[in-house]
Design a protein around this ligand. Sequence first.
Ligand code: NCD
Length: 263
Amino acid sequence: MATLFYEPSTRTRLSFESAMIRLGGSVISTENASEFSSAVKGETLEDTIRIVHSYADVIVLRHFSKGASEIASKISAVPIVNAGDGAGEHPTQALLDLFTICENKNINGLKIAMVGDLKFGRTIHSLLKLLSLYKDVEVKLVAPNLLGLPSSLKLELSQKGLHLEESENLKDSLFRSDVLYMTRVQKERFTSEKEYKKYFGKYILTKELARKMKKDAIIMHPLPRVNEIAPEVDKDPRAFYFMQAKNGLFVRMALLSWIFHKS
Ligand code: NCD
């Protein structure tokens, strides 16, 4: 497996690498491909893929441009796994998120609140697409007006029958939710620091706010967190985000073994 990462990562890259090693495979890796690969010399993603696909049986790609994995998959002779493409998608995170939800809650009739940067948050985009495959899932989208879910995605999801409701208020969204999915403001997608600061810290789950949640709700976050969940919440038995990250290993092991048994 080659991990080709043009953007920072801790969980995604290391869990993919650990998954491959645990399955008995091996790994070649470029963790900062924007600086340490031939991209610095001006090589295109297309050319890089034309080379790397001769060195590995699967390529796990994280890139800063939306659609990069799709482009790579048209060129590559080996499977490409999208490990995040800019503000586009993060499908393997969605799989591990869904796994975490299904392990702990009944997906039918689920009420989930998704909070934070829904415009640029790729984990949100992909998880919503998975949730739209189920009946009776109710989603509360909690974001500042200008960081709301892209309207094209909203339309696509509504057409699939997903029940979406929008709000700017975190407090009001806590009482009824079975899952609270927090996300950080995606700093790297903003063109100015000033613009980013307008939203930074808008939604913070504190111990006091967590008291308003259902007793059997679960709190999720794809991580990394900046300040969206106060560290004091970590001790709450409803805090599932570290378990969620651990599930990434198992889900990625399953995905890799599926890829190799299929091909
Ligand atoms: C997410 C990502 O990269 O999109 N992180 C992850 O893979 N767990 C979320 C984020 O960076 O905010």
